[in-house]
Ligand binder design. Structure first.
Ligand code: ADP
Ligand code: MG
Length: 351
């Protein structure tokens, strides 16, 4: 008798299990018909908020791999983590340090960008940034003597990079804050793709990078942040690319009525004062867009225009301190200023 009940129970269990199985498999095949399955992951890393959004059926592995990638890179590039490669370089006492391929690649790229921007991009400013308090949030205006003493130990010409071996002088400290998030975007995009994700939006503290186009085949619409207040002043339609903005509004302090921000002119050791409020760079490489957004902010409108004319790997949106908007011709048809700014027009820079 008991046995019979047991068999009946078993039959019911098997029936339920099979029904459940059919339901689950129906559900997943239903979902696969719906191409706009969306999954997001938000977390804090690299000193900023990160949101990864992937579309498609199988996004779990891609998103997990992408998050792991960011954490790995943060562990390599953090200036304050005693185990990071950058920390080891900065505390090497002038000795050569062996680094990972990713760090070697980013250092080599940063040295090239120093050349390409005629010195505006400089990864050796860390001690000067510290004197201003930008690395500790204990802001103060250093005097000219202190700045010129610190500037003596800057300059990328004293960095030697031989394959994966890096050597910097004892008194020098480097930081990849102006380029690391952009390169992380590139590597995360690669991770998502190699895990089968063909449509994704990567937002690393406002640095945007996309994989493919939207699941419906349309372009992505990204907002361009106003440097003068909250919210966006324009939108930009993009395919697969990176969009990176740098501006004085991102990190700053006010002393005696004057505003000081975190992007320094390597020549003066003081906040870059080139008449710009923000620079957005659009291109296929996140690391290039990130490095350029910082450097063009230092270089100002005329030099940025000159560099763009000599190049073919980026487009830009520049907002000047007096509210002028300049865009390059490659994005002319994809850039729209918000309706409420009726009298505002962008000047188009042409080759
Ligand atoms: P954010 O990282 O705030 O989005 P950026 O990409 O423009 O903005 O990077 C700014 C950071 O880069 C600063 O916080 C500082 O660490 C570093 N930095 C400041 N000035 C320069 C410069 N001229 N060249 C390279 N790095 C710089
Ligand atoms: Mg940058």
């Amino acid at each position: 008798m008991n046995k019979k009940i047991l068999y009946t129970d078993l039959a019911i269990y098997i029936f339920l299990a099979i029904t459940l199985l059919i339901q689950t498999s129906c559900k997943s095949s239903d979902d696969s018909l719906n191409s706009s399955n969306k999954e997001s992951k938000s977390f804090f890393a690299m000193d900023t908020y990160i949101t990864l959004t992937a579309y498609g059926e199988d996004t779990d592995n891609g998103l997990k791999a992408a998050e792991d990638e960011i954490n790995t890179l943060e562990n390599l590039w953090s200036v304050t983590d005693e185990n990071s490669e950058i920390y080891r370089i900065n505390h090497s006492g002038g000795q050569a340090v062996e680094v990972s391929p990713q760090t070697a690649e980013l250092l080599g790229f940063s040295l090239d960008m120093h050349e390409r921007t005629e010195g505006a991009f400089d990864i050796t400013l860390y001690p000067v940034l510290t004197a201003w308090g930008f690395t500790t949030d204990e802001y103060h205006v250093p005097d000219d003597e202190e700045i010129s003493a610190l500037l003596k130990n800057t300059g990328v010409q004293n960095i030697s990079l031989d394959d994966r071996s890096v050597r910097i002088p004892d008194d020098m400290q480097i930081d990849l804050g102006a380029v690391g998030k952009g390169y992380a975007g590139d590597l995360v995009a690669q991770r998502l793709k190699s895990n089968g994700v063909s449509s994704a939006l990567i937002d690393i503290g406002g640095n945007i990078q996309t994989v493919g186009v939207k699941p419906d085949g349309e372009k992505w619409t990204v907002g361009i942040r106003s440097p003068f207040g909250e919210g966006n002043f324009a939108t930009l339609e993009i395919g697969e690319c990176a969009v990176v903005t740098s501006g004085g509004y991102e990190r700053y302090f006010v002393d005696d009525g004057k505003t000081y921000w975190h992007i320094l002119d390597p020549k003066t050791g003081k906040p870059a004062d080139s008449g710009l409020a923000s620079v957005t760079v659009i291109g296929s490489e996140g690391k290039l867009c990130d490095a350029l957004s910082t450097s063009l902010f230092v270089m100002g409108l005329d030099k940025s225009e000159k560099l763009w004319k000599e190049s073919d790997d980026f487009e830009m949106i520049i907002v000047t301190s007096d509210g002028g908007i300049y865009i390059t011709e490659g994005i002319e048809n994809d850039f729209v200023i918000n309706e409420e700014l009726t009298d505002t027009k962008a000047s188009v820079i042409r080759r």
